[in-house]
Design a protein. Structure first.
Ligand code: NAP
Ligand code: 3JN
Length: 348
């Protein structure tokens, strides 16, 4: 009989955690039991898992006894504290926060791009930022075919990236404006309804935001190109689901737009939608609820020798978070890398 796994989901009541439960169920991940964990605030509440309702338990240091796999999406400070506890109990952690992404002990994995990095897993595996994931799924086949010199990205990120509270703030502001009322902002520093904010996460000393530097550093780590020239501008837009990105790529060797389209049409996890004559290009409303990363508007950058422009869209809660995490779990099962205590450095 095929092996089944006891899986904990930390942050199970949140936007990403709920999507993780849905994705585990939809993809028929081999579970013997699913344990939803969250803060004391929601302990005792129910979360759906297929047709069942599971009772949420409070996340504690001893929550992971007997667990094989733990998917975390409860924020960086929770991951910092509890992921080592989980790994210490012998389970493999797949963490959605930024807490462990740049730690050299932790592989940072997008299965279509660098699944082989999982062979080095030492108890905690990091899931990249949503904006990074959808970009590298498209960059990898271009890198393999033509080399990569430089990447310039501008993002247009949906409010669901901020969690349930971001969704609620946009809904509330739209309702207030349509009813002639003043709006209030508590989640974002300015009104998000009918506006664009060039500000995601906190500002850093170099005047970039942390979200922008996550894209730079994570892209380099995933592609194993520590010196790749990457620059990012990240903006929040009044869209509920689906992050969009304008990406300019400079390749080492010439890649025509036509060859790029053909290459990406064969790439795993990528769907090319690129027929301007029919007004067909990737849209956030079409990508929402889908697993693939959509790419279109592929055209040659006429300002440089070997440049391409494109528009990349994906569901930030699915491929950007929950789906990527579950795909990592599926790879671990395939590679027989769930619960291998002798390589778990967090276990002493
Ligand atoms: P959310 O909707 O606000 O949900 C937060 C979840 O964390 C809830 O389940 C909450 O439980 C739980 N939580 C908060 N504090 C806790 C604590 N002290 N102990 C245990 N559980 C706690 O946020 P979200 O959008 O799902 O995002 C959650 C995290 O996932 C983010 O902070 C980020 O690190 C990561 N994330 C990653 C990506 C990515 O790009 N890959 C995208 C989005 C989010 P309660 O219901 O009890 O409050
Ligand atoms: O804002 C978005 O669209 C994505 C947000 C991701 C996020 C939100 C809060 C904390 C992260 C992340 O995954 O990088 C974190 C974090 O863990 O730092």
């Amino acid at each position: 009989m095929d092996k089944k796994y006891k899986v904990a989901v930390a942050g199970a009541t949140g936007a990403v955690g709920r999507e993780m439960l849905k994705t585990l169920y939809e993809r028929n991940f081999p579970v013997s039991e699913v344990i939803p964990l969250a803060s004391a605030r929601s302990a005792g509440n129910a979360v759906p898992f297929g047709d069942e309702e599971l009772t949420v338990r409070e996340l504690k240091e001893d929550s992971f006894a007997g667990i094989d796999l733990a998917l975390f999406s409860a924020g960086g400070s929770v991951s910092e504290k509890f992921a080592p506890c989980a790994a210490h109990s012998g389970c493999v952690v797949i963490d959605n926060s930024s807490a462990w992404r740049m730690d050299p002990r932790c592989p940072l994995v997008v299965p279509e791009v660098n699944a082989q990095a999982l062979r080095d897993q030492k108890g905690i595996i990091a899931n990249p930022n949503c904006s990074t994931i959808q970009m590298v799924v498209v960059l990898k086949p271009i890198l393999d075919a033509a080399g990569l010199e430089r990447v310039v990205v501008s993002t247009y990120q949906a409010v669901s990236g901020t969690g349930q509270k971001g969704i609620e703030e946009l809904e509330r502001q739209v309702r207030d404006l349509f009813n002639g009322r003043d709006t209030e902002n508590s989640v974002y520093p300015h009104r998000i309804a009918f506006n664009i904010l060039p500000h995601i996460d906190v500002f850093l000393e170099n005047e970039y935001t942390r979200e922008e530097m996550k894209m730079v550093n994570e892209t380099r780590k995933i592609l194993s190109m520590p010196d790749l020239r990457v620059t990012a501008t990240c903006a929040r837009v009044p869209v509920f689901y689906g992050h969009s990105e304008s990406v300019n790529v400079e390749t080492a060797r010439k890649l025509t737009a036509r060859d790029c389209r053909a290459l990406l049409a064969r790439a795993p996890g990528v769907r090319v939608i690129d027929n301007p004559a029919e007004n067909l290009y990737p849209l956030a409303i079409d990508a929402a609820g889908e697993d693939d990363t959509f790419v279109g508007r592929i055209r040659e950058d006429e300002s440089i020798e070997n440049g391409l422009n494109m528009w990349i869209v994906a569901d930030n809660l699915r491929k950007g978070a929950a789906l990527n995490a579950v795909q990592i779990a599926e790879e671990l099962v395939k590679m027989d890398l769930v619960r291998v205590p002798d390589r778990n450095v967090f276990m002493d």
